[in-house]
Design a protein around this ligand. Sequence first.
Ligand SMILES: Cc1ncc(COP(=O)(O)O)c(C=O)c1O
Length: 414
Amino acid sequence: MHDEELFFMRAPWQFDPDFQRSERTGDELGFETRALHAGFRPEGSLERFRTFAPPIIPSMTYPYECFDKIPYPVYGRTKTPTADILEQRLAALEGGEAAVTAASGSQALFNLIFTIARPGDNIVTSLNIFGEGYKQAASIFPERCGVQFRFVDDPACQESWDKEIDARTKLVWVETPSNPTLFVTDIRAVADVAHAHRVPLMVDNTTVTAALQQPLQLGADIVLLSVTKFLSGNATVLGGAIVGPLDLTEDIRWNTTEFVGAIMQPFDSWLTLQYLETLSLRMRRHSDNAQMIAEFLEQHPKVSRVNYTGLASHPQAALARRQMKGGGGMLSFVVPGGIPSARTVMDSFQLVIHAVTFGTSRTICMHPRTITHEHMTQAERDKAGIDDGLIRLSVGLEDPNDLITDLDQALSKL
Ligand SMILES: Cc1ncc(COP(=O)(O)O)c(C=O)c1O
């Protein structure tokens, strides 16, 4: 990969539907081992020292040895050694060939679309996507770049996906489980439809991470990640990544990232490498805590609906069990009485923190109707299940009994 050729403008990526079945790498070691070792070994790590922890190298430029030898990395916008280690580790965790980071998950999505779509092209997705993704799909790309987005009518139905794909479709985009309603899409079924049209499938794996779900093994070609969420785990890093074939990640790196924004910065990359070491442990604990809280909320008289992939009442419970190794840390629930009730409950929390992110070690609540999904039309919100009384809970790593006590006292104010 460290090839001078990469320094020059690259040809646009061409999707090869057979790629992921023949060339995937990184599956040799167990997930927990990859989270600790992929991309970095102490041997020969620095010229004069062996270092146990991966190095942070903050340099943004990399001097030439001589006129004719271009160094790689050459400049910090596209590659630094610490981000390179992180990219290799993220690729190894997802079982993908390569990764390219971005300043945020939202930017990683922007970079992917900007790289592969041209005016007149379209992208097929559903309304079960995060708020900033919806804004890119509903207004930024159609209005400014002439790239249209089609929202399938019924994301649980293969025919619905099939109907929207045509000769100008450049990507099928699935977010599963979705933020904030935890809708579960059948990755293999949608991959089959996309591949029948020779179109790649991208799965946003942010809400449960590779520790619980492996989209590339289920037939996806590309993975979108917000590093800001569970991957780093405590809201001290902003970052994102695209994992997929090397030709794609380098097309993004050299034809988009190079111009519109940088990869993740060295210190953030380094922090993420530390946090990834405990990803598997954290995701298990997030899942256990969320399961307990979902069960508590489901029997609570002041709660009218609970969305959690680990509940038997989840509409796609069997699919979720098949596709995921755990429910993850995100759930959402509806309180009757709309926005005033949501306000009362959220203002009454004493332990749960009201903030705009998820995937943190501390439990966070957020009101999607007014904060992340305010740009959807009412009809779209109804279809996506974004009720006025919906509260999203990112369940943290606290003692779950303390969280239940806090939820109970806040709900008792209704
Ligand atoms: C599912 C999902 N993907 C991607 C993103 C974007 O990530 P970031 O906040 O790092 O831009 C978000 C943000 O909420 C998200 O919920």
